[in-house]
Structure formats: structure tokens, C-alpha cells
Design a protein around this ligand. Structure first.
Ligand code: GLN
Length: 448
């Protein structure tokens, strides 16, 4: 199996460019060991996967697609890597991403641009663009991505794969290089919903090493893959179908609503009134947390260090100026500004208050609905370079995904059709906190 995927990488990688490091030898060695031990193929045993390069792999470069982490080889594995290893799965490659997971197109990587396998002149989405593209191109059986404001669901939507952002606290973040700690979650990116459930089984659960991971009842998510969704109450928020939504995307999502009706679900028109404030709150909160998290890259302890400098402060300045890319610098400045005395109350504190209101919006809708349905993204994949000089335009593509991270609830993107140019369209389903079982059930019923 590993050989077959390596061959596939060999065949298509020059067009897709999804990997930052292919771990072919290590992967083959692991596979041979499994073969030798005569271990029975079941579940994820022997199944190769792609790992977004912001998750630590012991003694193997972990770059976050940033120059600042130059030559950083973590002395430990992320918990998700350990868990997948225990399940017998094999890391095949570290995947390209936007630097520090900041972006929506993977064009912010310091190393290369990944192409959408459906049309190689287009972006795969981001920031987990390498992970989405590798699954879509058949370069790995599945991948792990991370989602702070949509980075699993949006690229899944652009590449026609399934992407789940679990409830905050469902999957350990230990060994995930932080972007915005109160929003970041790791999740599966897979060919279909069943694979998603299998991978979620393997990576979820409490971890002593992450104090925000939650003790939950252990569930086998594959048990929920039944087609029976009769009576399921699906909320359709009107704010997610307004200006900015592409016609063909809207049409396709409306078709999906019909499919759910035919399956016996009850469709409820509903409202999330604070949606219009979500993007502003997200970009303040995430940038504030990023500015604090990224303060550790000082050119001293590890990673990139400038060569010519004049004293300590100059070393910090030059290492950070040369090591970080422009989007990361923009977020650090934005975040530092929002946290600075005099502006804290007006921006950061206000954003936290909005966060509470957004969460209340979701709580209200979930009083009457089991899941919420919407488009994942206002558009399908755009051309490489089309939005890279316009950060605000790029931020707008996160409009339907960021509220989910702000509220901490789970969200999944599943393929629901194609536009007239043959590009995949994604349908988003949002669940109650720790309602992954219902979410997967509803996704599976649609997929069938
Ligand atoms: N596109 C969003 C951003 O740039 C989301 C990123 C993410 O989820 N990691 O912040």
C-alpha cells in the first residue's frame, strides 16, 4: 500500500506540489515491519497519511511552512501522531500549508505553491491546502489538517474531499504549533465520511498533555453511519445565504436541502444574527493570540537566526524580519495593536464580548435544531494569484467557517456538487458541542 501511494506521489507531485517533505524510506521501513510481524490489516493498520507541517514529528523537520523554523526538528511527536502510530497508520509526508496556518489559499507558504488537483491553475484553499490536495490527488489515503477559522473545511470544499473540524477540546493540540490557541483544532481530511469517522476514532480523546482536551465518553463513530435521519431537525440560517454568495454554490446547497427533505429531515428556517460581526471578531482574537504565541521565535532558542547583527535587540529584529513572511507580520502587528494599552478595551475586549454573543446565537438555534446547514464557502476555488495581493478579499472567504471556531462547536464540509467549470462545491454542517456523532450521521446519509 505504501509503495502504491509513493508511486502515485511520484506520478503527480510535480503538478500538485502538496508535500514539503516525503518520508518515503521511513514509511517503507514501518510498512515492512508491520508486514514482518504478520499484523492483520484492519482499521488504519498500514494506511499511509499526509500530516500538515504544523504538527510535530520527532527528529523530522517541522516547518509550519515558515523560514523562522529553519532546521527545527522537534524532540517529540504530537499526540495525534502518536495515536495514529498506535493505530498502525504510517506518516507518508509532511504537507504544505500557509505559513503558521494564516491564509486561505496556501499561497502564503514560504516554500512552494500547491495546486488544486481539479484545475492546476487554481488554489487548493488553505491553510491546510497541501493536506486537501494530497487526498484529492490520491497521494495519501487521508490527511490531518488544522482549523482555526476554516482551514480544514474551506480547502476540503475547494478540493472535493471531506474535512471535519471537531469540537474544541475533542482532539489534543499537544505538539501542534499554535496559531490561535483558543480556536485551533486538528481534524481529519478524507475521501469520504466513513474514513472521517475511522480517523476521528483514532485521534480523539482526552490527553493529559493538553489541559484544554476534554474527557468525553468514548464512542465508535462508525456506529453512527446509518442512513436513517428521519425527523432530524436541520436549521438553515438566513444570514448564510446573502450577498456575496455565488449563485451556483447557492443552487447546489439548495439542492442538498431538497435531498435532506426527501430523506425525511425537517428543514427549519433560522437566524444567526451576529454573523456580520464574526469576521471582525475572528481576525482580532486570532491575531491577538498569534502575536503572543509567535513571540517565542526570537532567533535564539531554535529556528532561523540572522547572520549579521549588532547586539541582542538587533538579532531579534533581524531574525524576525527575515524569518517571517508578510501575512504573518501583518497578523503580529494587528494583534499587538489590538492588545496594546489604550486599544485593548476598544478592540480585544470588544471582540471577546462579540464572541459570547456569537456563541449564544448558536446555543439558541440548537434549542430547536440538531444541526445547521450552510455553504462551506461563498465561492469555489479561485485562480492562483487572484487574491494574493488583497488580504481583505481573502479574509472574506472565511465568512461561513469562522463562527464555528468562535463558538467551539464542530463543523464538517462534504462535497455536494460541481459548478459549471467542474469545480467542487462544499456543503457545511455544524453540530452541537461534542455532537460529532449526529454530524457524521447526517453527512453519511447525504453522501449515500
Ligand atoms: N483563513 C483563516 C485565517 O487566515 C483561517 C486559518 C485557519 O483556520 N488556520 O486566519
Amino acid at each position: 500500500v505504501v509503495q502504491a501511494y509513493l508511486k502515485r506521489i511520484d506520478d503527480v507531485e510535480d503538478k500538485v506540489n502538496s508535500t514539503l517533505k516525503i518520508m518515503g524510506e521511513e514509511a517503507l521501513e514501518k510498512a515492512e515491519n508491520l508486514d514482518k510481524n504478520g499484523i492483520q490489516a484492519k482499521g488504519l493498520m498500514g494506511i499511509p497519511y499526509g500530516l500538515k507541517d504544523n504538527m510535530c514529528t520527532m527528529d523530522v523537520e517541522t516547518t509550519c511552512a515558515s523560514k523562522i523554523l529553519y532546521n527545527f526538528k522537534p524532540p517529540y511527536n504530537a499526540t495525534v501522531v502518536e495515536k495514529l502510530e498506535q493505530a498502525g497508520s504510517i506518516v507518508l509526508a509532511k504537507m504544505n500549508m500557509d505559513e503558521f496556518a494564516m491564509g486561505s489559499s496556501t499561497e502564503n507558504s514560504s516554500f512552494k505553491k500547491t495546486h488544486n488537483p481539479w484545475d492546476i491553475d487554481r488554489v487548493p484553499g488553505g491553510s491546510s491546502g497541501g493536506s486537501a490536495a494530497c487526498v484529492a490527488a490520491g497521494e495519501a489515503a487521508f490527511a490531518l489538517g488544522t482549523d482555526t477559522g476554516g482551514s480544514i473545511r474551506q480547502p476540503a470544499s475547494f478540493c472535493g474531499v471531506v474535512g471535519l473540524k471537531p469540537t474544541y477540546g475533542m482532539v489534543s493540540r499537544y505538539g501542534l504549533i499554535a496559531f490561535a490557541s483558543s480556536l485551533d483544532q486538528i481534524g481529519p481530511m478524507t475521501k469520504d465520511v466513513e474514513d472521517c469517522a475511522i480517523v476521528l476514532n483514532a485521534i480523539s480523546g482526552h490527553d493529559d498533555k493538553d489541559s484544554t482536551s476534554v474527557v468525553t465518553e468514548k464512542k465508535d463513530f462508525t456506529n453512527y453511519l446509518t442512513k436513517d435521519i428521519k425527523g432530524l431537525k436541520i436549521g438553515v440560517p438566513k444570514e448564510y445565504f446573502q450577498e456575496g454568495l455565488n449563485n451556483e454554490v447557492e443552487q447546489s446547497v439548495r439542492e442538498a436541502i431538497k435531498v435532506y427533505k426527501d430523506l425525511g429531515a425537517e428543514i427549519i428556517e433560522t437566524s444567526l444574527p451576529t454573523t456580520e460581526y464574526a469576521l471582525s471578531a475572528y481576525y482580532i482574537i486570532s491575531s491577538a493570540e498569534a502575536s503572543s504565541n509567535l513571540a517565542r521565535y526570537d532567533g535564539i532558542r531554535y529556528g532561523y537566526r540572522a547572520e549579521d547583527f549588532d547586539g541582542l535587540v538587533d538579532l531579534y529584529k533581524k531574525s524576525r524580519s527575515e524569518g517571517f513572511g508578510s501575512e504573518v507580520k501583518r497578523r503580529i502587528m494587528l494583534g499587538t495593536y489590538a492588545l496594546s494599552s489604550g486599544y485593548y478595551d476598544a478592540y480585544y475586549k470588544k471582540a471577546l464580548q462579540v464572541r459570547t454573543l456569537i456563541k449564544e446565537d448558536f446555543d439558541n438555534v440548537f434549542k430547536t435544531c440538531d444541526v445547521i446547514l450552510s455553504p462551506t464557502c461563498p465561492t469555489t476555488s479561485f485562480k492562483l494569484g487572484e487574491k494574493s495581493n488583497d488580504p481583505l478579499e481573502m479574509y472574506l472567504s472565511d465568512i461561513y467557517t469562522v463562527p464555528v471556531n468562535i463558538a467551539g462547536v464542530p463543523g464538517i464540509s462534504i462535497p455536494c456538487g460541481f459548478d459549471s467549470e467542474g469545480l467542487p462545491i462544499g456543503l457545511q454542517l455544524i453540530g452541537k458541542a461534542f455532537g460529532e456523532d449526529t454530524l457524521l450521521k447526517a453527512s453519511y446519509a447525504f453522501e449515500q
